[in-house]
Structure formats: C-alpha cells, structure tokens
Design a protein around this ligand. Structure first.
Ligand code: NAD
Length: 437
C-alpha cells in the first residue's frame, strides 16, 4: 500500500477511535493549501530551463506549518486534491484494494508532519514541498538560482509564523541559507523562515544528531516500559545515513550491541557486535558499509530478518511488508524511517506479538530540534548543545507517556496511540479556533 493510502487509513482509524465528527474528519484530511509554481532559470550555458516547484501546506491549526523541501526528479507538480476527494467516499478501511490511488508521497508526508508535530507537542502544523529536478544534473550556481526563483514565487505564502521549510532529500543547509537570504530581501532579516540552517546563520547545535538521538530516547522509553534497557540488547539497523549512523553511534555508546547494518552499498553482520566508531571511519573513507573488515558481508535483502532483539529501519518507506513480515525475528521495531511498515505487515507483526514504535513518534526528534532552532531564532538567543539534548529528552519522554495514555484510553497499539494523540490535539485546536464559522 502506498504512503498516502497508509497515512489516510491510519488517520481514519484514529478518527473512528476518537469518535470525530465526520465533517471535521474530512476537513482535517484535506490540505489547507497546495501551491504550484513555475520556476525558469538561465542555465550556466545561457539556455533557459523550466521546473515546477510546489508546496503542500496540510494544516496550521496548532501553529506555523513545518516540513521539508526536496529536490528530486520524482517530485512532480500534479497536486493531489483529487486524490483526497477520492478518499472522501471511502468509509470502510479494511480492504486495501479500495485505497489504490496514484498519490505523490510528498503529499502523504505533509499530512504525516501534521500528526508528527502534534505528537511531539510542538506548536507547528504540517507541510512538505519541493522542486521536480535532478540536483546531480545541475551546477551549484544553477541550484542557487532555482532556489532563489522558487523562494521569490512563494515568499508571500511561507513565513516565520506561516510555514517554515527545512532540508529534505536533495537539499541541505546551504539551500536553506539561500532561502533565508532571498526571503529576507522581501521581509527583512528572518532567520526563523527556515530550519536546518548552517550554525553561522542561526542553525541549532545538536540538529545534525537530533533524529538519531530522538530514536535513542524513544527506544529507551519503550524498553524501560517493558522492563528492559538498551544495554545488552542486540540491534539491527537498515540505513547508515544521517539517522541510521547517529542511532548506531548513540545506541552502541549506551551499551547496545549492533549486530548487523546495511546501506545502499551492502549489508554486514558481526554477532559479537560491530565496532561502530571503526565503521563510521570506514564509511567516511569509502562512502559505504561495504568492505568493512570488522564484519562479514551478508545478503542485503536479509537485513530485516536477521536475528536480533530490536530492528531499526532507517532508510526507506515500505520495506517491511506482507512478503517479509512473517520472517522478522525482532521483538521490537523502531521506525526511524518514515512509513517503513506497510499496514498489512502491521497486522501480521501484531499477531506475532512484535511491538512497533511508530514513525510519527520515533523519528520526531529531528522536527523537535527544528522547533528549538525556530525558538532560538525568534528569541534571538542561542542554546548550548546540552540544553538542546536535555530538552529533546524531555519532549521524547513526555511524548511516549502521552502516547501510552492514548493506548490505554482507546485500547489500541502504539501506532494508533500515536495517531489518536496527534489527531486529537489537532482536532481540539481546530474546534477551539472555531472551524464551523
Ligand atoms: P540519508 O540519505 O542520510 O540516509 C539514507 C541511508 O539509507 C543511506 O545510508 C543509504 O545508503 C541507505 N539506503 C538507501 N537505500 C537503501 C537500501 N535499498 N537498503 C539499505 N539501505 C539503503 O537519509 P536520512 O536523513 O538518514 O533519512 C533516513 C530515513 O529517515 C528516511 O526515511 C527519512 O525520511 C527519515 N527521517 C529523517 C529525518 C532526518 O532528520 N534526517 C527525520 C525524520 C525522518
């Protein structure tokens, strides 16, 4: 099942558990605004090139909308309101066949951001956007021009208190610096217009590690709740990029044993525990885990079904599905990636007694520290890294407790606990602001 279908299905289930008014349910589902703009730039050779940029602003009931901007060839300008309207007519969520539409993953991610910021209890809504382009085929100056034209086209529709973009696939702190500069030409110096900025322009200390550190805090909260701790347990991690590598580093520093890791170059295993500092050095030198001397190479397809206590998918969506769910040996799955578990796999794993910590809680450390960055920008005051990490732990721990309360109230699993928590907070804010007026 694709990302949008899965997100909508989880939202619908949460809405039913909460007994949400059906009109409010539809209103919460449809994006607040979709923006599509044409961006033409002169290329370095003097010819003109046109691209489509867009931004889906899903919901702003709890505060400015928040979400990444990605530069990727598959980001296209076919906006999705028709897909949402298609879903309005679906009442039963049990048959995945009924939900087959052709959605853009980015639209699902905009909605997911709304629920994620609410679960994290930070005063933001959800958004996502991007430009349909292949950044590897553009020079740095072409990407800068494209970023500036895109910002010129949308500057009136984003804002420090309207919609705050962040880096995503194909974009980085430099891209955010160009958005900041271009936006500031129209609205005066505005570091809070983006997060994920370079530290010299108001970026936050601790942001780079934040998602991985949040995954550690989330994992600790879950394991402690089950009378266990990170120390001594065996972990498998799929993906060794920003999130996977920070998660591996912090888990091993806290006594966890990382027994297998994979990335796009391959998969490796060492049942005695992989030396993570040595692996980080190897990856820095060779750009991948492949060829690491301190472990054996294994079939990359088997990483998710390796023997372990805790499985952490930290790479792609949809990797845990009905084809492999039965083979999974982990007792706990921590969703560091966005939507790694297909709803069909959810059901299979739940029957097997596997506990899944859902993405909208487990990987919310990144957006939480983005919120801290925004707070520092708005206050004009910089926090030290210890404060950032302490505050992050408080938010992650409180998030876990609130999610568990919802599980008790609605007699549901952690995914529905997170969704009912997020959806109920957004619904309350929407009602309080007077949605029927
Ligand atoms: P990244 O690009 O830094 O790393 C991705 C990793 O996945 C790389 O190691 C890559 O080699 C690996 N990978 C790609 N294809 C793979 C495959 N087929 N098998 C195994 N590994 C593969 O990305 P990231 O920032 O670490 O993000 C990872 C996931 O976490 C994504 O789903 C992202 O949406 C999600 N996420 C990231 C953040 C963040 O702050 N970076 C926040 C929330 C969620």
């Amino acid at each position: 099942m694709n990302a949008l279908s899965a997100t909508i299905r989880n939202f619908r289930r949460a809405a039913r558990l909460l007994g949400l008014d059906s009109k409010l349910e539809e209103s919460l589902l449809i994006p607040f605004r979709e923006i599509k703009v044409e961006c033409t730039i002169p290329k370095d050779d003097g010819t003109l090139a046109s691209f489509v940029g867009f931004r889906v602003q899903h919901d702003n009931a709890r505060g400015p909308m928040k979400g990444g901007i990605r530069y990727h060839p598959e980001v296209d300008g076919n906006l999705l309101l028709p897909c949402y309207f298609h879903h309005l007519h679906i009442t039963e969520m049990t048959n995945s066949e009924e939900l087959q539409v052709d959605p853009d993953e980015v639209n699902a991610l905009a909605q997911l951001m709304t629920w994620k910021t609410a679960v994290a209890n930070i005063p933001f809504g959800g958004a996502k956007g991007g430009i349909g382009c292949n950044p590897s085929e553009l020079s740095k100056s072409e990407i800068e021009r494209l970023t500036r034209v895109f910002t010129q086209k949308i500057h009136d529709l984003i804002g420090v208190h309207i919609d705050v973009p962040a880096p995503d696939m194909g974009t980085n702190p430099q891209t955010m610096a160009w958005i900041l500069d271009e936006y500031s030409k129209f609205h005066s110096y505005s570091p809070g217009i983006v997060t994920g900025k370079p530290i010299d322009l108001g970026g936050s200390l601790g942001r780079d590690a934040a998602t991985g550190r949040g995954v550690l805090f989330a994992t600790e909260a879950l394991l402690n709740d089950h009378g266990k701790s990170v120390s001594g347990l065996r972990f498998v991690i799929q993906g060794f990029g920003n999130v996977g590598s920070w998660t591996a580093k912090l888990i091993s520093e806290n006594g966890g044993k990382i027994v297998a890791v994979s990335d796009i170059t391959g998969a490796i295993k060492n049942s005695n525990g992989i030396d993570i500092p040595a692996l980080l050095k190897h990856v820095e030198e060779t750009q991948g885990v492949k060829g690491f001397q301190g472990a054996d190479a294994i079939d990359a397809n088997s990483i998710l079904v390796e023997d372990c206590d805790v499985l952490i998918p930290a790479a792609l969506g949809g990797v845990i599905n009905r084809e492999n769910a039965n083979e999974i040996k982990a007792k706990y799955i921590i969703e560091a990636a966005n939507h790694p578990t297909d709803p069909d796999a959810d059901e299979i794993l739940s029957k097997k007694g596997v506990v899944i910590l859902p993405d909208i809680y487990a990987n919310s450390g990144g957006v939480t520290v983005s919120y801290f960055e925004w707070v520092q920008n708005v206050q004009g005051f910089m926090w030290d890294e210890d404060k950032v990490n302490r505050e992050l732990k408080t938010y992650m721990t409180n998030g876990y407790k609130a999610m568990k309360e919802m599980c008790k109230t609605h007699n549901c699993d952690l995914r529905m606990g997170a969704f009912t928590l997020g959806v109920s907070r957004v619904a309350r804010a929407t009602i309080l602001r007077g949605w029927e007026a």
